[in-house]
Design a protein around this ligand. Structure first.
Ligand SMILES: C[S@@+](CC[C@H](N)C(=O)[O-])C[C@H]1O[C@@H](n2cnc3c(N)ncnc32)[C@H](O)[C@@H]1O
Length: 240
């Protein structure tokens, strides 16, 4: 768990992505003010939980048969679709970009799904406090590519994040990574191959060329396909 001290004593992490985009509409601001708190898991921020005690997922999703995680959900289209397809699963999404969080809240209002939770911040803060062996599936879809070599350490896929993810996943759980950047796919395979807790499940080319069953696509995938880039769909099983 890396969290250098800030002057006021509250630890923090460098985050290099955007937190805000264009000005939020009044309806979006209202949703953030009135709906977000009830959907946000308690005990994730350092202020709420300085000892980093594991949070209570049973209290968050009392009737769920499994809990899944989506990291960097963007506008939340994929999460909404998963939630509707799997009403018996509780899904936690993390997104640091507040405009994306507002978009997901609008989607939740429209669709009426009740099996979602939102951490509006850095996914690494949630990883710290997830109970061991608590996640049945994890999605990391079109992560920020950070193409320059000197920025590769900013990529979400790195041992510092993959180790706590492995700890939080149940044996047999799947980690799904989609990217349209060949170098990110190569980097992901290298990092995951070096981690003893995961095995890549692909046997044939079609296994990483075609999405997994139930794939509802994402905003970034639509952009990638429109630009003529072919996505890679990488699935890793958490070993027992
Ligand atoms: C390229 S976008 C992809 C969005 C979405 N998954 C899609 O496919 O449309 C990557 C997203 O990950 C978010 N992100 C990056 N690092 C994150 C982190 N540590 N915690 C939470 N969100 C993060 C960014 O804010 C951004 O919205």
């Amino acid at each position: 768990m890396t969290a250098p001290d800030r002057e006021d004593g509250v630890p923090w992490r460098n985050f290099y992505g955007r937190r805000h985009g264009k000005k939020l509409r009044k309806g979006q601001k209202d949703l953030l003010a009135t709906r977000l708190e009830a959907l946000a898991p308690k005990g994730v921020t350092w202020e709420e939980n300085p000892e980093r005690r594991p949070i209570d997922l049973r209290a968050l999703f009392p009737n769920a048969r499994e809990v899944w995680l989506e990291i960097g959900f963007g506008g939340g289209e994929h999460m909404l679709s998963l939630a509707a397809q799997h009403p018996d699963v509780g899904i936690i999404g993390c997104e640091a970009f507040i405009n994306g969080v507002a978009m997901l809240l609008s989607g939740i209002e429209r669709s009426g799904v009740t099996n979602l939770a939102i951490h509006p911040g850095d996914a690494r803060d949630l990883l710290d406090v997830l109970p061991p062996h608590s996640l049945g599936q994890v999605f990391l879809l079109y992560p920020d590519p950070w193409p320059k070599k000197r920025h590769h350490k900013r990529r979400f896929v790195n041992p510092e994040n993959i180790d706590p993810l492995a700890r939080a996943m149940t044996p047999g759980a799947m980690l799904r990574v989609a990217t349209d950047i060949g170098d990110y796919a190569r980097h992901t395979l290298e990092v995951l191959e070096r981690n003893q807790n995961f095995e890549w499940t692909a046997e044939f080319c079609r296994d990483w060329r075609a999405p997994w069953p139930g794939w509802p696509s994402t905003r970034y995938e639509v952009k990638a396909l429109a630009a003529g880039r072919a996505p890679y769909y990488l699935s890793f099983r958490r070993k027992c």
